[in-house]
Design a protein around this ligand. Sequence first.
Ligand code: MGD
Ligand code: MGD
Ligand code: MO
Length: 722
Amino acid sequence: MIARPTPPPTLPIGDPPALATATPTVVKNVCPLDCPDTCRMVVTVRNGVATDLRGDREHPFTRGFLCQKMARYLDRVYSPDRLTHPLRRVGPKGPGRGRFERIGWDEALDLIADRFRAIAESPDGPEAILPYSYYGTMGKLQAESLDRRFFHRLGASMLDRTICASAGGVGYEYTMGTGRLGADPMAVVDCSLIINWGSNTANTNSHLWSLMIEARKRHGASIITIDPYTSPTARRSDWHLQPRPGTDAALALGLMHVIWRDGLQDQDYLDRGTVGAELLRDRVLKEYAPDRVSAITGVPASSIEELARRYATEHPSLIRLNYGLQRHGGGGMAVRTISCLPAIVGAWRHRGGGVLLSTSGTYGLNSPALTRPDLSPPGTRSVNMNRLGEALLGELDGPPVRALYVYNCNPAAVAPDQAKVIRGLSRADLFTVVHELFPTDTVDYADIVLPATSQLEHEDLHTSYGHHFVMHNPRAIAPVGESRSNAEVFRALAARLGFEPKLFPDDDTLMRQALDGGPALAGISLERLKAEGSIRLNLPEDYRPFADGVFPTPSGKCELYSDRMKAAGLDPLPTYIPPHEDPITKPDLAAKYPLQLLSPPRPQFLNSTFANSASHLKAAGGPTIELAAEDASSRGLSDGDWAEVFNDRGRFVARVALTGAVRPGTAASTGIYWSRLSPGGSGVNATTSAALTDMGGGATFFDNLVEVRKLDGPPPASPCES
Ligand SMILES: Nc1nc2c(c(=O)[nH]1)N[C@H]1C(S)=C(S)[C@@H](COP(=O)(O)OP(=O)(O)OC[C@H]3O[C@@H](n4cnc5c(=O)[nH]c(N)nc54)[C@H](O)[C@@H]3O)O[C@H]1N2
Ligand SMILES: Nc1nc2c(c(=O)[nH]1)N[C@H]1C(S)=C(S)[C@@H](COP(=O)(O)OP(=O)(O)OC[C@H]3O[C@@H](n4cnc5c(=O)[nH]c(N)nc54)[C@H](O)[C@@H]3O)O[C@H]1N2
Ligand SMILES: [Mo]
């Protein structure tokens, strides 16, 4: 472990008197994780130390409980493994001990500013500097404000933040005219039929799940899950359909076939609220009969018939459409196709009915004012974050990447095609800055490490992509050690580079600029938000966004046929696009690598966050590879054996788990484990591909053919101990 910080963290350094009162105070914070639930937390602070943290009973969506990850957040805040002061590399890059030395903030910031200035003034110019971030925190101040302004003002390369939601966002937008509006999550309690489609709701959206359970208890709502993996959600559902990975669009088209064939469509809604219904009807009646769909998806034709009938007749119905099905070559088209379904049966008419992908578009926050894209010189290149390996190895157009600045992200563990990413990060001539709370896999490749504050140590403003409340996160405790927030660091770097101070104002000014947005925010001032903590947006009590059949598309209707898709060279009608690595369409590849590997997150982790925490690791266990019994026995593998999972891109080591959760031909390895703490020093992303989705430039993590073989001898050691 590098640079173990000195305990005791129970006495934070530099505790300002205002925060260190002897009587306990209660602070209401906001969970910062990249999760739709954006919970409100009640934190007790004694003598400047947070001693208790729990879910807020008074918050209508949090309803008094936290997930198993955040319930132990104080372990993280006060972990002895926290980075507590800046570090400079003194040895070679890669995991190992003693390769950093402590430096002061002034020295660290000077080193970064000097290097950035030198690169910007060189013939390569500022585009040779690449920011790399995702949503380690969702807070607007720490993830979408001064950071963006700083890199825009610098003229650095732009980053296309495509690792998670862009395929589905674009696909949904083609159909609906917006990627970010959907059914009201709070109204799921009123639904009769609930479909979790590519969504492990019980773990990844546990507060929505609790409302689903309430709908079942209150009035017998049916919970259905469509997932090739028997996730915890699938296990607890009333009905689980288990399609082959990446075939969801075909399944949706099969449902449409049955609905139209049997006259179960809502003709009035179709006439008023859609374009292209006749064309789509012709296609599905000709091409997507249940038998053919069954051959593609592996779902029995009788199940397709039954689901279609129930979906068309049991209202209100909600499809919780999430990310699992997006991470395949045809992921955008799959979301585009599924999001046509509610218009065909008129589900949008009903309270709680329709599709729920994201609610983030309801806010109308003034994002341009916060991020200032206008500061970026016209024509600045954009780098797709899924192609980090290629970018670092000089395989993309434009100047070489000479400096990388990573924050809110752990790309060495979470990005696809890990071996290539690591080769890129290992370049001795690459200047890498990593701003982090912990010594992650990415920190192992940093030249300068900066310690970051936790959510209790900085202020922030939060929206959500899974409910309709805007929230304020006050600072509850002083920064641990010398850690500083992202916003503070960008202010300091901007000052060193001589950028205009008015572009880098204080937190209150930024929050005011953000709140100066659309009608849903009217009357929500910063003062009011600070006083109340969490405020529901100005939306009608009975929020049903598309009940009247009006959509923000060019035609004003739900576009079952899309001219814009045609213009973009895509099929204007919903269709099925097989995965890039589909055993049916790629038999040669499948002969070598026959198993379709899914790698969704484990319930105890948030992507790679918490995967270094002893208590979370204890609950999670180590990396596993789940196989169908016959796929294991044909390879001589038994439960608990050590195995190597591999393809042409790379390999990782895991224990075989015969859980009965996958069908023959599919495998699952849930994560995301840190490579530096894993046997053999690599994780599941050593096998995943950097190929992109059909639209939105999204990641294809679950579109991944592999083979599995027994390890000879004991498992290799991990590079570092946890
Ligand atoms: N506990 C926990 N909660 C989280 C996260 C976490 O890491 N841990 N991550 C957060 C983030 S960043 C996100 S983006 C969301 C993700 O939220 P979800 O989308 O719910 O998460 P996943 O588990 O990635 O995928 C959901 C399910 O899709 C399945 N799946 C895979 N391929 C297919 C397919 O082709 N078709 C269908 N129908 N299903 C498929 C997977 O087996 C998985 O069970 O959750 C957020 N919440
Ligand atoms: N194989 C596979 N790969 C995946 C996925 C998958 O399901 N399977 N999921 C994908 C998805 S959905 C996503 S969203 C990405 C997520 O990938 P990442 O965005 O990298 O998410 P995390 O792994 O949670 O890492 C976030 C890091 O940010 C740090 N952090 C937290 N708060 C702050 C802060 O205030 N300041 C700074 N500077 N740092 C902070 C945390 O300590 C943590 O190390 O991973 C993707 N990768
Ligand atoms: Mo994500």
